[in-house]
Ligand binder design. Sequence first.
Ligand SMILES: CC(C)(COP(=O)(O)OP(=O)(O)OC[C@H]1O[C@@H](n2cnc3c(N)ncnc32)[C@H](O)[C@@H]1OP(=O)(O)O)[C@@H](O)C(=O)NCCC(=O)NCCS
Length: 196
Amino acid sequence: MSVDWSKIMKPYPGRRITLPNGDEMVVTSMTKDEIEEVADALVKNVTYHQDLFDLVSSEIITELYLWRENRPMWGCPPETHFCLVGRVEGKVVGVTNGVLRDPKIGCSLHTNTLIRGLQIGAYLWPCKLEHYFDVLGVDVVEASAETPIGSRKLFKTYGFTEHPDKVSHFGTMLQTMTKEQWDRIKAGKLVGELLG
Ligand SMILES: CC(C)(COP(=O)(O)OP(=O)(O)OC[C@H]1O[C@@H](n2cnc3c(N)ncnc32)[C@H](O)[C@@H]1OP(=O)(O)O)[C@@H](O)C(=O)NCCC(=O)NCCS
């Protein structure tokens, strides 16, 4: 199937979220000219072994570089890659990225935070789902918890459908969310205000 991705991919409008410590986090889509800055910010997690921060941050950095070089990732076209970046006063505090398998199927990649205990990852995750369903217009998102903390904080309370007989692109159990399920839960998950 030949797809003109330039007609499908759109930037996230942006969301402003107040963190529990009162800081304001602004979440926007990064552009390719921010790759080095975001990868450099994530490098500090590459040697942080707790909760597999090392594995997940390394994978995101690799994906950012694959995107830069226009190479497919996990079998998905590089043109479909997006990365939402949370910043506080301009400084990167967390990222969440994804690709599309086809125009109606999202394939979620990773979420990683650079400061712990502020729910940054928990706030970024619904922004990514909002981007998939409400901005890009997919019908379903394929996802997979790569870590126990990811499973607890990002999956358990969202009503994903578990597929114990299938593995995802990461090799862990495939989970899917439909637009219908997203529409049921989003009012209780999205916080802050949409920009633009
Ligand atoms: C999963 C993830 C995105 C969630 O981010 P988050 O919502 O900002 O949550 P934190 O990382 O701050 O984790 C906080 C929890 O971890 C625990 N924790 C561990 N170390 C902590 C620390 N130094 N400070 C605060 N909490 C810590 C606490 O129990 C806390 O639980 P609570 O939120 O229920 O109170 C983030 O933990 C992460 O990047 N993990 C590594 C990569 C990963 O697993 N990605 C998701 C794959 S599916």
